[in-house]
Design a protein around this ligand. Sequence first.
Ligand code: PLP
Length: 411
Amino acid sequence: MIKVSDNFTLLSPSYLFSEIAKKVSDFQQAHPGVTMIRMGIGDVTRPVCGAAIEALHRAADDEACADTFHGYGPEQGYAFLREAIAAHDYAARGIDINPDEIFISDGAKSDVGNIGDILSPACRVAVTDPVYPVYVDTNVMAGRAGSQSVNGCWSDIEYLPCTSGNGFVPSLPEGNPDVIYLCYPNNPTGTSLTREQLKMWVDYALSHSALILFDSAYEAYITEPDVPHSIYEIPGARRCAIEFRSFSKTAGFTGLRCGYTVVPEDLTGVDSKGVEVSLRRLWLRRQTTKFNGASYVVQRAAEATYTAEGRRQVMETVGYYMGNARMLREGLAAIGLEVYGGVNAPYVWCRAPRGMSSWDFFTLLLEQANVVCTPGVGFGPSGEGYVRFTAFSSREDTRKAVERLSQISVK
Ligand code: PLP
């Protein structure tokens, strides 16, 4: 018999989105004339920005000609893109990141999921709760999670609750974790940390020799001045943090696929013999062995998002989705619901009324407004009693959804 990894068999199938799809399709079958508005999806609806499309065409032509053809590229990514990132995402904000510290990939999900390859299987992990499920599931796959309890939590993972009770600011861990996943602006709650709040985490990590894995996929959505755009704005973060970013939600790259990870030169760990090792060197070794680089054409497209025109187009798209977020926030608040997020992130997190559960409120919205959201409990136990709306729909659908939501009774 073929022996498979127990770590993978420990994972139950991800029920959340299939359960949602089933409930929506059952409702649709029972009510064939009804048009549903889907506010649960994490995918974008606006196409890839024009500057990136033009660059894609040009790069495709390069590939057609022997003189300009690009075959295997550098595993770490082309220098033209790493230099553009270092200049625009970091130097322009006064942050010193060397292009050699930047690794281009096919998206933040791959990097956030794969980074555990360079960490000891014995590392103790902490996550905020509710959480982007990739952080937890990839640690189950790596054998770091222990066993699962009835509420879905894993025994060896420390969950840091984020609810309206603590203003969605997690308390510092108590279990002395080696690795802490932070996602700010946050998916799913749409909330953010101020510079002062993030500094507490960097100080904690430095004093406890912990590593922060900082997922910054929604950085472009920050509107408030005291919210840091990068963890490296905080002194000392170069010694304790890896940062992940994505072109998915800025330039519409969810289908094209491109993201990047910053592993600073100053970041070191120790192996089991106590020998100090550079994490950047390990990640480079991992990538050169297991990854052959994002495609040349996609990297040219990503580079184009940093031209003046590309940046203008990205800002326009971000502004469009944030207009949706504002409509959602204001519309939900106007009917008397408690809403969070949506100011520095394209997600709006809404408290179910009258102490309803996430799923009951999901069903009420489905049946009374024909609007599909995501039950918060699907992201972790502290998500119970909340639902998530995304701002990635079209303006028209968002407007219609808000109109329909204004008709429901939440009292
Ligand atoms: N990180 C977070 C928090 C996300 O919400 C997502 C996508 O929804 C990703 C990473 C994945 O990004 P990418 O499309 O670059 O893989």
